[in-house]
Design a protein. Structure first.
Length: 531
């Protein structure tokens, strides 16, 4: 099971054919941008696999002194073997090794044998990073007929993205604390596929290497730093120092060895007394190409259960007063400013002994002018950021009106100025305000770009269109809620009238953000008159 020579990775090509490729052949196919998917790759493993390919490719190219990106499998074979030239039989690229004292792929050498590897993981999904709730969210240990690439992706996911999971199970250096996860926020060419994304990131990483070394002078070694950490012996008692590593090092956070048990592969795991890399003080801020860093406390982004909601994303990509952009969010050559881009945001929301969902956004595309504003520092970027801030405020205003209308309806319409809705009444609005947030999320960036690209005299019209859609959807949700909240039949009519009245009164208030553009609410009168 040699990843260099054996075709172990199932690959779906753009034309629809599914084939098996070796690791060098994967690089060749990606360079032609003809890979549509990897069938064995689970959604939460996508970033780990992409980052692994990018880091490995960049390390190989940099150390070879190549100036051009290799385009064929033969060249990639030479480059990858050069990284582990002291292993004449490709030991470091084998999924299963018969010699415990030798490295295997993403598996450090077990210099003292497997006597301390007491844990057993019978399937790839039992080895992977996800922690499910009492086996309900995602069934565990179901990959009983696993192929080699199932184990490959599980290893890459665990070793490069794993978090803290109890004593002796430390997480990776590229995350903020043990109860976190490694996030990804970057850009990919909108008119390309997986290969175009990979090659773009690799070129940017090569160009960005000197900046990385300057920004993290106390951490990394400019030349000959340790890069493929699975090739280094590890007994679990010693940590590596950041200053001994290559800036794009590929880490391993657990002691794992794959072994044959009869005709099947199982994983043997051992605990450690120390993390593989001594990086606790860095709080995940170690220059990861895809990770935004907070300006307030210099900590890597930790994803919450809210995921990449529109308001969070707007801050991440537009508000540089709060986060430093990841290098993956920045353009390289000036020609990059003249093409459309797609936002890629991925990550697992981790918790203490649990995960709070996998979150991914790859549905947001930016036209050339919008992308140019994202990359630049100037009036266009400031204008885009202000529009995003205003749009977030408008959504919040409509959600507030909806919440108030439902809360008053939940009282049976009995609420007065002296008897306001209780906390429990407001709590009944949560499902509907959440649904309105989902609707807003789906439209947010498209509406933002339309407002940004519109001429000055057309911007109010675009604002009006977005606000009217929001208000219309909120009105529909309000009616659904009034029909659903507990209320006696005799009070239902009063609940409806007073709930709707409160909803519209909130929007017509002089303190409402729409008060400076009254035509936004005129359509209500137009619809009523037409009826």
């Amino acid at each position: 099971m040699n990843l260099i020579t054996d075709q172990l990775i199932r690959t779906c090509l753009v034309g629809g054919d599914v084939t098996w490729l070796s690791l060098p052949q994967v690089y060749e196919a990606m360079s032609r941008d003809c890979v549509a998917a990897f069938p064995a790759l689970r959604p939460h493993q996508r970033h780990a696999w992409h980052a692994f390919l990018a880091q490995l490719g960049v390390i190989a190219i940099h150390r070879s002194g190549e100036l051009d990106m290799p385009a064929n499998a033969g060249t990639w074979t030479k480059l990858l073997r050069k990284l582990t030239s002291w292993h004449k039989r490709d030991e470091a690229w084998a999924l299963v090794s018969a010699e415990d004292s030798q490295p295997a792929f993403m598996q450090p050498p077990a210099t003292d044998g497997l006597r301390t590897y007491k844990g057993v993981r019978p399937t790839p999904d039992s080895l992977d990073i996800l922690v499910t709730s009492k086996n309900h969210d995602l069934k565990q240990e179901v990959a009983n007929r696993a192929e080699a690439d199932d184990w490959l992706f599980a290893l890459v996911s665990l070793q490069t993205s794993g978090g803290y999971l109890g004593a002796g199970n430390y997480g990776v250096a590229r995350m903020n604390g043990g109860y976190s996860a490694r996030p990804c926020v970057g850009l990919a060419p909108a008119d390309g596929g997986l290969g175009a994304h990979l090659l773009h990131d690799m070129r940017r990483m090569l160009d960005h290497r000197h900046q990385q070394l300057e920004a993290y002078q106390d951490y990394f070694r400019p030349a000959n730093g340790k890069a493929l950490l699975w090739t280094e012996p590890w007994d679990g008692t010693v940590s590596l120092r950041l200053r001994d590593l290559d800036p794009y090092f590929i880490e391993v956070c657990r002691r794992v060895r794959l072994v044959w048990t009869g005709s099947a592969i199982h994983a043997r795991v051992a605990t450690t007394k120390k993390a593989r890399i001594e990086a606790k003080a860095a709080n995940g801020n170690v220059g990861d190409f895809w990770t935004p860093v907070s300006k307030k406390d210099a900590k890597a982004l930790s994803l919450s259960s809210a995921g990449f909601r529109y308001d969070k994303l707007a801050k991440l990509i537009l508000d540089e007063s709060e986060f430093c952009h990841s290098p993956a969010m920045k353009a390289g050559a000036k020609s990059d400013h003249e093409q459309p881009w797609r936002l890629i945001a991925r990550g697992v929301a981790a918790g203490q002994g649990k995960t709070e969902g996998y979150h991914e956004r790859s549905d947001i595309e930016f036209a050339q002018r919008t992308a140019k504003a994202l990359f630049a520092q100037g009036d266009d970027r400031d204008s885009l950021a202000k529009l995003a801030e205003a749009q977030v405020e408008e959504i919040g205003e409509v959600q507030t009106a909806l919440r108030l209308g439902i809360a008053i309806a939940a009282t049976g319409g009995r609420s007065t100025s002296k008897s306001k809705p209780k906390k429990s009444d407001y709590a009944r609005s949560s499902p509907w305000t959440h649904r309105l947030g989902v609707i807003a999320d789906q439209r947010f960036f498209r509406a933002l770009e339309e407002r940004f690209l519109a001429d000055e005299d057309q911007k109010p019209k675009k604002r009006c269109e977005f606000a009217r859609v929001l208000i219309s959807e909120a009105k529909r949700l309000l009616q659904e809620a009034i029909d659903s909240v507990p209320c006696t039949s005799i009070q239902r009519h009063r609940a409806r009238v007073r709930g709707e009245s409160a909803f519209w009164a909130c929007l017509h208030s002089t303190r409402c953000v729409f008060s400076n553009q009254p035509e936004i609410l005129e359509w209500r009168k137009e619809v009523r008159d037409a009826a």
